[in-house]
Ligand binder design. Structure first.
Ligand code: ATP
Ligand code: MG
Length: 284
C-alpha cells in the first residue's frame, strides 16, 4: 500500500521543502522506494530543487503543474491534464537514483489558494488532490507532499490525501509557537472531514548546535509530551545543506547532502517515518 505523508508547518522558511527533498532522495537512493514528490507550494521550491528553474518556468508556461488537480476537467476555460501526463520522471539529479518522480508546482497555485475556482460537482473542496492522485498512487511506495506555509484549501487537500504528517521545526522560540495550534487544526480537520491523518513526528532542522536557545527549546519541546513524538534525529544547519537547494547533478547522496553524518541521519529518519506510517496503516 502506498504511504502518503505531508510535510507541513504554519510558519515559513522552517525547512519543509529541504526536508521533503532530502527524504525523497534517501527513500529512493538507499531504500529503493518509488517516490512521488508532490509540490503543493506556489513558490515551487521543491520543483526548483528537483528539476531546476528553467524547467519549472516551461511547466508553468504550459500549464502542466499540480494546479490541474484544482481545475474542473470539463471546464473549457482552464487547461487540464491528468496526473500521469504532467509527472516529471526520474528527477533529483543524483547519479544512479532513478525512482523519484515529481508532480511540479507553478505560481498559478496562488489562485487555487485564494479559493477562486469552484470544485467539480461531487468532490469536496478538500478532496481534489486526493481524487487527482488516485489513478497513479499504486505506482509509488511513498508519496511526499511539500506544503505551503499555511492551512488554506490547498494544504487541506494535502492532508486529505495523506495518511500522516511530519512537522519540521527550527528549535527557536517563534518557530515552535505555532505547533500546538497546528496540531489542533489538523485534529479539527480530521474530525470535520472524517479523514484520519496522523502525526508522524516533529523533526528539528536548521539546528545550531552551539545555540543555547536551540538546545533549550528542543529540550522543552521534548518535555511537553504533545500528541506527536519529537524525533531524536536532529538536522544541523550547514552550508552544505543550504547549497543542496541548487539543482544540479551530484555523484552520490553524500555529495548532495554532505558528509559524513547527514546521510546516516536521513536514513534513520526514513526508517522511523516508515515505521510510524506502517503503524498507522499497515501494508497489505
Ligand atoms: N539544515 C539546513 N542548513 C542550512 N540551510 C538550510 C537547512 N535547511 C533549510 N535550509 C535553508 O533554509 C531556507 C528555508 O528552507 P526551506 O525552503 O526548506 O523552508 P520551507 O519551510 O520550505 O520554506 P517555505 O515556507 O517558504 O516553503 C532555504 O534557503 C534552505 O536552503
Ligand atoms: Mg517550502
Amino acid at each position: 500500500m502506498t504511504q502518503v505523508f505531508s510535510v507541513i508547518a504554519l510558519k515559513g522558511g522552517v525547512g519543509k521543502t529541504t526536508t521533503s527533498v532530502a527524504l525523497a532522495h534517501m527513500f529512493a537512493a538507499e531504500f529503493n522506494k518509488r517516490v512521488l514528490v508532490v509540490d503543493l507550494d506556489p513558490q515551487a521550491s521543491a520543483s526548483d530543487m528537483l528539476i531546476g528553474t528553467a524547467r519549472v518556468a516551461e511547466i508553468s508556461f504550459a500549464g502542466r503543474s499540480v494546479a490541474c488537480a484544482f481545475h474542473d476537467p470539463s471546464d473549457a476555460r482552464s487547461r487540464w491534464y491528468p496526473c500521469a501526463d504532467i509527472t516529471e520522471r526520474s528527477v533529483g539529479g543524483i547519479h544512479g537514483v532513478t525512482t523519484i518522480d515529481l508532480l511540479p508546482a507553478s505560481a498559478s497555485l496562488y489562485q487555487e489558494q485564494s479559493g477562486l475556482n469552484a470544485p467539480p460537482p461531487g468532490i469536496p473542496r478538500h478532496g481534489l488532490l486526493s481524487a487527482y492522485l488516485r489513478p497513479v498512487l499504486a505506482q509509488y511506495d511513498i508519496v511526499i507532499i511539500d506544503c505551503p506555509p499555511n492551512f488554506n484549501t490547498v494544504t487541506q487537500n494535502a492532508l486529505f490525501a495523506s495518511n500522516g504528517y511530519l512537522i519540521p521545526i527550527i528549535p527557536d522560540i517563534l518557530s515552535t509557537r505555532g505547533v500546538p495550534t497546528l496540531l489542533q487544526m489538523v485534529r479539527d480537520f480530521s474530525q470535520r472531514t472524517g479523514h484520519l491523518v496522523v502525526p508522524i513526528g516533529m523533526v528539528a532542522v536548521k539546528m545550531q548546535m552551539n545555540s543555547r536557545v536551540h538546545t533549550e527549546t528542543l529540550r522543552q519541546l521534548r518535555g511537553l509530551h504533545m500528541m506527536i513524538p519529537v524525533f531524536p534525529q536532529v538536522i544541523p544547519q550547514t552550508n552544505h545543506i543550504a547549497a543542496a537547494a541548487a539543482f544540479g547533478h551530484a555523484a552520490s547522496l553524500a555529495h548532495k547532502w554532505g558528509h559524513p553524518a547527514i546521510p546516516g541521519l536521513l536514513r534513520t529518519l526514513c526508517q522511523m517515518i516508515s515505521l510510524r506510517l506502517d503503524q498507522i496503516s499497515p501494508r497489505a
